[in-house]
Design a protein around this ligand. Sequence first.
Ligand code: NAD
Length: 380
Amino acid sequence: MKIGSPRELFAGEARVAMTPDSALQLQKLGYECVVEAGAGKAAGFSDDAYRAAGVTVVEGAAALYAAADVIAKVRPPETAELDRLAPGKTLISFFYPAQNKDLLEQAKDKGANVIAMDMVPRISRAQKMDALSSMANIAGYRAVIEAGNNFGRFFTGQVTAAGKVPPAKVLVIGAGVAGLAAIGTATSLGAITYAFDVRPEVAEQIESMGAEFVYLEFEAAQDGAATGGYAAPSSPEFREKQLAKFRELAPEIDIVITTALIPGRDAPKLWLADMVASMKPGSVVIDLAAERGGNCDLTVPDQKIVSDNGVTIVGYTDFPSRMAAQASTLYSTNIRHMMTDLTPGKDGKVVHNMEDDVIRGATVTFEGAVTFPPPPPKIQ
Ligand code: NAD
């Protein structure tokens, strides 16, 4: 069978789902590989590099979709892309089925099998396919780099002949995958890093990365923590305590990186306008929750703004794409691992085993039926 990757249609998207290296691995599974001309260009992978890796380069999306049995891409498909699918073809991409019900219906009507990389169950066995985590890791790292780019000072403290420089103080709100990556990056650059999360079990992880966990004095210490490792909305009392703590910290903090999310909801507002107003001029807020409405009151998605008192607030929603070479390398590896599980015979033939928890969990349409939401996985 043939597996192929098209150019991404989403404006500004620089990632690609197959790299020359991942193509070599896919060929070891028995597949022939195809890319649309120019698919990897924005991520730094030339057509010649693909050819050198044994990949066939075809002109245009129509040729790519006609040639490939399995189409691997990054962004959820657009209608024009779904129109090119047919029974027997498999599409693998981010899909966000809960938010994209129309696309789900279209994919079903086309009779194609769709695997949503965002639906891979978060169980140990599936970590190698966990593209949400690999992209969140990049976003967290890049958030700190972006902060540094907008912050006119060092992260690390220095004593120089020209004067003493204090270290930057960084606060990370939300210590999931992106938050922990941001903590690691900020501490490695020498900043004094504080972090807060509603899930108290992350305190140890935060501290092991060299940051200080911001404790709240609150009787139900686990308020806001839910089952399955995800957060739940906080009670009003807890929220007030949390906001009071942030208000106390705001005048001292140079850089705030917010990553707080609750599954299925808009991002909670945690860094409010009055906190921005009490920050020092030149401070920076990077809001990684911008796509879901933002954790900061003032965030404008996809934009960088400067508040009246000189605080830069960054609401970009494309951090992984801003590190397209790295993101493509990791994402294409996640895809390759998915293909390994779909190819038990290593013979270039997809076996779509709906008895397999991971494959079942990620499959959102199968043989003309919508298969989302999946039953809960049997293995935790
Ligand atoms: P996420 O992106 O859904 O949320 C980011 C963080 O924001 C979470 O840590 C959450 O607790 C926090 N948050 C929510 N509301 C908050 C508030 N009001 N104040 C402060 N923080 C708040 O998180 P994620 O990166 O997807 O991780 C979620 C969970 O999934 C974690 O427990 C993580 O360890 C787990 N996980 C497991 C696997 C695996 O087993 N394969 C892989 C990745 C993540």
